[in-house]
Design a protein around this ligand. Structure first.
Ligand code: 2IT
Length: 447
């Protein structure tokens, strides 16, 4: 494999799609050495096929806002790779959504899903619809209009969407309601992240954050460290940051920062249960302002406008918001302030320069596709429960999530252990995910 040649060809076909090209380059650079030991992959042109989505749908979504004005957005579903199972992955509603963003997310999802040990292919979708400032009724009308189109291309054995940035339990509810009304028969497993009374799995809302902290525990344990009493800085205050804040606190760490597009809240004594509960209120308000936390808890939280979570001294940094949210300069600031571990909980949360800086300066680093895989893994467990028409207890789901995160960590150790005994989690996760998908593609012929 010639990485530069593949990248040049891909760029010619997808000019300017920076996030997509960034995600592909990271994987190709990690797998190059292993790939070249497998002439059968080269012969079947596995990489050339794997970097292209199998299919992309683009559709118009027209809806009426509260003023009675007609609004038009773009909707997408990228069905990236189905070698190991039906397409599976979230929907992102955010004003910056583009085909490039969804292709990067679908590509990452393919490897992440392979790591979970469950039979799920990779997909991603969403819209440039901006939920900020929208009323509940507007969110509902948009979700219904979105599903009017999307329903043609999804199904329990075909493609199973879930939430992502801007899509949580409320949106999945409206999407599922419309789907079932149109289908005229109940397909329980067509979306995941459902409510507990209509087919949702217990712990799915918490699973991304919980799984991430289970993974962090393994990373620390392997390095001879412990999470107790450590200071954790989180970015964002959405679903992922919420689950991470609960579990980090439960494990004895102190969450000293959360952030938003408007700035950062420093919480010197550590986040409390009341504050964690208030994160849900902030998310539901669609205001997208972390300052609301400091307004509500002025003694405990100090808001600084325009600053990121990475400006707050911490031991462990957990990006939980958006791709490329942590730059090389942020990485340097974190390290200078004493940070010694960064695990991505958002997808591709760190810029390449930040990852290289961490890796070259003794900061433990693990990538999103391993760290945050507990979310989609629990979606897979929800699909299993739906297919079997039953629901498991919180303990059953949590035990399985623990096992899955441990297994992902073991795969990273197996494929990422370096000559000096340290673990390159980026390499480990990419090679482990790639080998599984590549093998599945090889065995199923040229299609
Ligand atoms: O990035 C992700 O893994 C998700 N947004 C969750 C996808 C899912 O299908 O649960």
């Amino acid at each position: 494999m010639n990485v530069e040649k593949i990248m040049a060809d891909l760029e010619a076909k997808h000019p300017g799609e920076s996030e997509y090209l960034q995600a592909v380059r990271e994987v190709l650079e990690s797998i190059e050495e292993v790939y070249n030991q497998h002439p059968e992959f080269e012969k079947a042109k596995i990489v050339e096929r794997m970097v292209e989505p199998e299919r992309i749908f683009t559709f118009r979504v027209t809806w009426i806002d509260d003023k009675g004005e007609v609004q038009t957005n773009l909707g997408y579903r990228v069905q990236f790779n189905s070698a190991i199972g039906p397409y599976k992955g979230g929907l992102r509603f955010h004003k910056a959504v583009t085909p490039s963003m969804l292709k990067f997310l679908g590509f990452e999802q393919t490897f992440k899903n392979a790591l979970t040990t469950l039979p799920m292919g990779g997909g991603k979708g969403g819209s440039d619809f901006d939920p900020v400032g929208k009323s509940d009724a507007e969110i509902m009308r948009f979700c219904q209009a979105f599903m009017l189109e999307l329903r043609h291309n999804i199904g329990p054995d075909q493609d199973v969407p879930a939430g992502d940035v801007g899509v949580g339990g409320r949106e999945i509810g409206y999407l599922n309601g419309m789907y079932q009304k149109l289908a005229r028969r109940y397909h329980t497993g067509v979306l995941t992240g459902k409510g507990e009374t209509w087919g949702g799995s217990i712990l799915r809302p918490e699973a991304t954050g919980f799984g991430a902290l289970y993974f962090v525990e393994h990373v620390l344990r392997t390095a001879g460290k412990d999470i107790k009493d450590k200071k954790v800085a989180l970015s964002g205050f959405g679903n992922v940051a919420w689950g991470a804040a609960i579990k980090a606190t439960e494990l004895g760490a102190k969450v000293v920062a959360i952030s938003g597009p408007d700035g950062v809240c420093e919480i010197a004594d550590g986040i409390t249960k009341e504050m964690i509960d208030y994160m849900l209120v902030m998310r539901a308000s669609n205001r997208n302002k972390v300052q609301d936390m400091a307004d509500k808890f002025p003694k405990a939280a100090k808001f600084t406008a325009g600053k990121k979570a990475w400006s707050i001294p911490c031991d462990i940094a957990l990006p939980c918001a958006f791709q490329n949210e942590l730059s090389e300069d942020d990485a340097k600031e974190l390290k200078a302030n004493g940070c010694w571990c960064c695990c991505e909980v958002s997808n591709m949360g760190c810029q390449p320069g930040a990852i290289h800086y961490f890796q070259n300066n003794g900061v433990l680093f693990a990538p999103g596709k391993a760290v945050n895989a507990g979310g989609v893994a629990t979606s897979g467990l929800e699909m299993t429960q739906n297919a079997a028409h039953l629901s498991w207890s919180a303990k059953e789901v949590d035990d399985k999530l623990h096992w899955i995160m441990e297994n992902i960590h073991e795969q990273c150790v197996k494929f990422g252990t370096q000559a000096d005994g340290t673990i390159d989690y980026v390499k480990g996760a990419n090679i482990a995910g790639f080998m599984k998908v590549a093998q599945a593609m090889l065995e199923q012929g040229v299609i």
